[in-house]
Design a protein around this ligand. Structure first.
Ligand code: TXA
Ligand code: MG
Length: 338
């Protein structure tokens, strides 16, 4: 067993040394914490899969500190890429490109001819990558199947003893993983919704793009390979509650369960009586933005004996699309209906 250290943001050179030695170090990003290893070090990358318990056919994101670094690997840069780099990098947009054959180990790409690249909007992590001098793979730093970590403590909970350290930069600002846009196909396709929305991408590119919703309509569902695995699921059954159904849902839960949790914004929580010992509350703050920041923390918050967690739904607009995408996965699409 390794002793997993917390690194403060002024201890980056120590963290960079561990990475250069082939060790694993988790790093903060504005979306969620990532699990870093030097992307060109095959042995280190293999250990990332082991530490997470991740299926080995699920490729990893290559995390860079500059556009120039990403360009070293990309084959035939598509014209629209520069527009996206300018507008969204650094930021919560991961881009998939065809890569130069052999430029990255196949453990990184899962044997695909493409790879995913991201430049996080967190200066601490860009400095860390700069000190290492090589890009880092950066899957979310959770055990496979658990909600992605939005604090250094979540990472410690999942990976203590399996990694050398965690750079602690406090809670992640966005709270859900980056938008993934595939630029290796004829029509750019969103494989995973995130804080950068389909509408924003379409307005910058000046054309329509494919997204999950549209693909379901045309009955063609290529997705990020990782999306086929069970995700974000706590032990309790998550139940999604629409706006006008809270009183019915609470009544149902009081009658049918011994213990249940509620995740909702303050305006809803203040109306719930906590006299009963069977209810535990978790605040999602004030609106869809704070709810997205706190969603994964909430899914990790409740004790194991909880049977149900009732969680507030939001309209699938803006970041609400990413929030609902993750929530539906956590719930296995289970909506409260009366
Ligand atoms: O916000 C994020 O993107 C975070 C932070 C840490 O950067 N990272 C993250 O990585 O969410 P991960 O590995 O948990 O999710 C990456 C997703 C996986 O579903 C994987 O299947 C997909 O990206 N992916 C990676 N390379 C791909 C490729 N070449 N083609 C299609 N999907 C790919
Ligand atoms: Mg992940």
């Amino acid at each position: 067993m390794l002793i997993t250290k917390y690194y403060q943001t002024d201890e980056l050179s120590q963290a960079a040394n561990e990475l250069r030695l082939g060790e694993l170090v988790a790093f903060p990003t504005e979306t969620v914490y990532g699990l870093g290893a030097v992307a060109t070090n095959e042995k280190a990358v293999k250990r990332v899969y082991l530490a997470k318990g991740r299926p080995s056919d699920n490729p990893l994101i290559v995390t860079v500190d500059s556009v120039e670094t990403a360009k070293k690997y990309i084959l035939d840069l598509p014209a629209e890429a520069n527009l996206l780099f300018e507008k969204f990098w650094p930021g919560s947009l991961t881009l998939i490109f065809k890569i130069k054959p052999g430029s990255l180990p196949s453990v990184v790409t899962g044997g695909l001819k493409t790879a995913a690249f991201r430049m996080p909007n967190n200066p601490v992590t860009r400095e860390l990558i700069h000190l290492v001098g090589e890009p880092l793979v950066g899957p979310s730093a959770n055990s496979s199947g658990k909600p992605s970590p939005t604090t250094a403590q979540h990472v410690m909970h999942d990976l203590e003893g399996r990694i050398a350290g965690i750079v602690d930069d406090g809670p992640a600002q966005v709270g859900v993983e980056s938008t993934i846009l595939d630029l290796s196909t004829a029509i750019p396709t969103v494989l995973r919704p995130g804080a950068v929305t389909v509408e924003e991408l379409e307005s910058v590119l000046g054309c329509e793009i494919n997204s999950e919703k549209k693909q379901v309509d045309i009955n063609e569902v290529p997705k990020a390979p990782g999306m086929k695995y069970k995700h974000y699921a706590p032990d309790a059954q998550v139940v999604i509650v629409n706006e006008n159904q809270w009183s019915d849902a609470l009544e149902w839960a009081q009658k049918n369960t011994h213990q249940f949790g509620v995740m909702a914004t303050e305006n809803i929580l203040t109306k719930i009586s906590t006299k009963s010992h069977s209810i535990q509350l978790f605040s999602l703050g004030t609106d869809v933005t704070t709810a997205t920041q706190k969603l994964f923390e909430g899914l990790r918050y409740f004790p194991e004996e909880m049977e149900y967690i009732l969680v507030q739904s939001f309209p699938e607009k803006g970041v609400g699309a990413a929030y609902m995408n993750r929530l539906k996965k956590a719930a296995g699409n289970y909506f409260f209906e009366n």
